[in-house]
Design a protein around this ligand. Structure first.
Ligand code: GLV
Ligand code: MN
Ligand code: MN
Length: 412
């Protein structure tokens, strides 16, 4: 609730876009939390904030836990911060209980997960995985500012992003707690769930060029109305995405030019967020959409350009990490329930390098990317407790010197 005061909007939500003052203020607050938890804090070349708790074996690979604190436009309080704060709580608890682990543990706040500002996300995790390119940094925000420029304004050197790369052997596993953002856990009456994998994502930008004209003087059969073509395409997208139960398609941004009440729209730009559990299905639906878009535009003498903003393959969570999480569920007396994530998460950028795992916390009414986003404190605490057990297992719980509380039954 304290973190969510930063970037508060008049609509009751929160806008904390990447590389902005709001994000910086939130990162500064989290830095103080990390220091209070006794962590050694640093910021990497892309601006990921990292708090490290040393292992008994300082050279052992790191167990990485965390999430993001950037948001979508007018988003909610839980998407991202829950994972960061749960990770911090886990390490703070280990500190309070003087628990030592074999492997070092790091809490990470990953930069620009949402992609809301530049229509290109997971910047911090791509940099850590070593896949972020200079070309990627050319994605621009609505004001025409590129990621590289925004990084410069935030005091970061975009030419140095490769320094954020973490070698494959340096990380043992990545685990994230996140709100579910759907209704599955609520329907099952379960506080938490184990994630098996994440939908693949493609973000496309459609630019339709027709002809602006006089709304009164141009007969209906003599128009090249780009918006009518866009409307046909959007309906077709809904139809195509509905053909399978594992595909979802969303047109979330539409811009009409020149945008006058008495002007036939000459140009329309809109985006598509298309997702599917399987890469082949995603490809098939995308091809169908592209093919029919061409037909609709041809019929109406509209020029259409399609730009790929980002493409992220579906990612599977590691069987091993899932098994460790399941063990944590058993220890906590929880029903072991596995589900797929429709939302994208930073682990997708890591899955080809490191074993990843995720724990979902029940979302009230499944609402997310909305100020009404809510998960109960009890459910959130359960997510953090599962993370605690999971991390103790992955990082190798070794000993506890002079415990302040009972170490055998650690509980947050
Ligand atoms: C991020 O929340 C996404 O899935 O778009
Ligand atoms: Mn998120
Ligand atoms: Mn999100």
């Amino acid at each position: 609730m304290v973190v969510s005061r930063i970037g508060r909007t008049s609509e009751g939500g929160m806008t904390r876009l990447s590389f902005t003052q709001e994000e910086k203020a939130a990162l500064e607050l989290l830095r103080t939390y990390m220091e209070e938890a006794g962590l050694t804090v640093r910021s990497d070349a892309v601006g990921n904030l990292i708090g490290r708790r040393e292992g008994l074996n300082t050279l052992a690979p790191v167990v990485l836990i965390g999430s993001h604190i950037d948001s979508v436009y007018n988003g909610g309080n839980f998407d991202g911060p829950l994972g960061v704060l749960s990770a911090l709580e886990v390490l703070q608890t280990m500190e309070e209980q003087t628990i030592r682990t074999e492997n070092p543990i790091e809490v990470v706040v990953l930069r620009d997960e949402e992609g809301a500002r530049f229509s290109f996300g997971m910047v911090g995790s791509r940099a850590m995985a070593g896949t972020l390119t200079q070309e990627d940094l050319e994605h621009k925000d609505d004001g025409g500012l590129s990621i590289a420029q925004a990084m410069g304004q935030a005091g970061l050197d975009p030419a140095a992003i490769s320094k954020a790369r973490r070698p494959k052997e340096s990380i043992k596993a990545y685990v994230e707690v996140h709100i579910e953002q759907g209704k599955v856990l609520e329907k099952k009456n379960l506080p938490v769930g184990i994630v098996s994998g994440m939908f693949g994502i493609v973000w496309l930008k459609f630019s339709l060029e027709g002809e602006a004209g006089h709304a009164g003087a141009t007969p209906m059969n003599m128009r090249k109305d780009a918006l009518v073509a866009a409307a046909r395409i959007i309906q077709m997208i809904e139809r195509e995405a509905s053909r399978t139960e594992t595909t979802v398609g969303t047109v979330g941004q539409v811009q009409v030019f020149p945008g006058g009440i008495n002007i036939i729209p000459g140009r329309v730009e809109f985006t598509l967020d298309l997702r599917a559990t399987e890469a082949v299905v995603l490809q098939r639906v995308e091809e169908a959409i592209r093919c029919q878009t061409e037909l609709i535009c041809k019929e109406r003498a509209i020029q259409c350009q399609l730009e790929i903003l980002q493409r992220i393959r579906p990612a599977a969570c590691s069987e091993h990490v899932q098994a460790v999480i399941r063990k944590a569920f058993r220890k906590r007396g929880l029903t072991e329930f596995t589900l797929v994530s429709g939302a994208g998460h930073d682990g997708m950028q890591f899955a080809h390098l490191w074993p990843i795992g995720m724990v979902f916390v029940r979302s009230e009414d499944g609402i997310s990317h909305n100020p009404a986003e809510w998960s109960s404190p009890k459910d959130c605490a359960e997510g953090a407790n599962v993370l605690y057990e999971t991390v103790l297992d992955l990082a190798g719980f070794r000993r506890s010197a002079q415990p302040r509380r009972q170490p055998e039954q650690p509980s947050i």
